[in-house]
Design a protein around this ligand. Structure first.
Ligand SMILES: CSC[C@H]1O[C@@H](n2cnc3c(O)ncnc32)[C@H](O)[C@@H]1O
Ligand code: ZN
Length: 439
């Protein structure tokens, strides 16, 4: 017997030019075991425990969001129209001081509902508070999470920093071996401007000895790079390289202010970059040189950052912005094609977040995929599917989401989470937080 058969779907494979106009996928024990054209043979149908007719639907890989902070969804709309340093120091950090377990749970759950509804199957998440609660929520939601307890080093004693790093490493290793097999662990020092060189070196050493990947906010604003040059006499990329940071697999978030030399260095060191275009636009940080990164062969994926700088987690919008922004900013419409943008949001994202057996609709790969309703007027004429997915579709067009072959949303109905309760609780906890913050 087989777990699941989905037939009558237009399958968008993305790893090559192939497109299956009418095809089926057969899933067993969490993986695709067949991806084929045409109606499935009767013998196969008889052996499938669950059968879904996907007539009028597009089947493609779900999104992997490679940079976010899910608990911050509790703060949506709390800090708009400010540059990064003011945003952090005057609005975000003062509120984060009051976040407790219930608020973290409420914010994370809200984020997970939003992610599922808009077709995200996995993500890389970092926060400095209660990441154990985030992990539990991810497991309950049925999604995939590459998780990290974020670390800021300023204002802590050497012993406190040792303990922080130890805690972060123990958590990360625990997630790596979690029974769900849907969690990964990262070490994530917040940024070169909030972590001392000694601490960054200690984190890099620990990553190497524990075989853990790293992530970090890198070269997000011009001001940050200038301040770094003044303080250390070098730019942040070179600084991290000198500290041995790139000796482990690294996913750098943002990479807005990097020059050609730095792009080459990052490429040579196999660093991948999470491009977060909407957050960069909203905070006025700038536009990452994605066209040049692609030309040099740097591995790129796409992230939303938190909803406080976005203000949503819809990867359709993020992928579209990634494709449009380069064209407009660099006056070159050939930069970042629709296919390349969609690949960054799916296949490349899965790899960057460490889910190396996901991201493709292919036999042997983990069955992490979505169905999109292709009958909507804004998706007609129906033929140019990749173009429509990038330039016309939105998260609201997603009808079904599967992770390891298990439905987490079916015909727009959430299976794993209680949306009504989560929305109620998010508002409730936001009011509590506001009460504490204002007093
Ligand atoms: C110490 S982990 C979490 C820490 O990061 C802050 N944060 C969220 N988004 C960004 C960003 O784009 N750049 C820098 N820092 C960011 C978040 O508020 C937490 O304090
Ligand atoms: Zn961030």
């Amino acid at each position: 017997m087989y777990d699941l058969l989905i037939h009558n779907a237009a399958v968008i494979t993305l790893d090559n030019e192939e497109m299956i106009d009418n095809g089926f996928v057969l899933v067993h024990e969490g993986r695709f075991i067949q991806v084929s054209e045409g109606p499935p043979p009767l013998a196969l149908k008889e052996k499938a425990v669950n059968i879904k007719d996907a007539k009028g639907k597009w089947l493609l890989s779900g999104f992997f969001n490679t940079h976010c902070h899910t608990p911050m969804s509790i703060l949506r709309g709390a800090a708009d129209d400010l540059p990064l340093d003011q945003w952090l120091k005057e609005e975000v950090w003062p509120r984060e001081k009051f976040l407790d377990k219930d608020m973290i749970h409420a914010g994370t759950s809200l984020a997970l509902v939003e992610m599922i509804r808009s077709g995200t199957v996995g993500f890389l998440d970092m926060y400095h508070l209660h990441m154990d609660i985030v992990a539990e929520a991810v497991v309950e939601a049925g999604l995939k999470g590459a998780l990290s307890r974020g670390m800021i080093a300023l204002g802590f004693t050497p012993q406190e920093l040792k303990d922080k790093l130890n805690e972060a490493a123990v958590l990360a290793k625990g997630w790596e071996s979690h029974e769900s097999k849907r969690l990964k662990g990262f070490l994530f020092p917040h940024a070169p401007y909030t972590c001392t060189p000694d601490f960054l070196e200690a984190v890099a050493d620990r990553a190497r000895s524990e075989n853990l990947p790293l992530s970090i906010h890198l070269a997000e604003t011009k001001k940050e790079v200038a301040r770094h040059e003044k303080e250390y006499g070098k730019r942040p990329v070179e600084h991290l390289d000198d500290l041995g940071f790139f000796e482990s697999p690294v996913l750098a978030a943002h990479g807005v202010h990097v020059n050609s030399f730095e792009i080459k260095l990052l490429t040579d060191k196999n660093v991948s970059v999470s491009h977060n275009p909407l957050s960069n636009l909203k905070l006025g940080s700038g536009v990452a040189p994605v066209g040049e990164m692609m030309k040099q062969g740097l591995h790129l994926s796409i992230g939303t950052d938190s909803v406080v700088s976005n203000n949503n987690l819809d990867m359709f919008q993020e992928v579209r912005t990634a494709a449009l922004l380069q064209k407009g900013f660099f006056h070159d419409a050939s930069l970042v094609t629709a296919r390349e943008a969609l690949q960054m949001g799916t296949i490349h994202g899965a790899k960057a977040a460490g889910f190396t057996e996901s991201g493709l609709i292919k036999e042997g790969y983990e069955a992490d995929f979505i169905l999109v309703d292709s009958s909507k007027p804004h998706l007609q004429p129906v033929e140019n599917r990749v173009s429509h997915l990038v330039y016309s579709a939105s998260g609201q067009d997603v009808t079904d989401v599967f992770v390891n072959g298990r439905a987490v949303m079916r015909n727009k109905e959430l299976i794993t989470l209680d949306e009504e309760k989560i929305v109620y609780e998010a508002n409730n906890q936001y009011r509590r937080l506001n009460g504490l913050y204002r007093n």
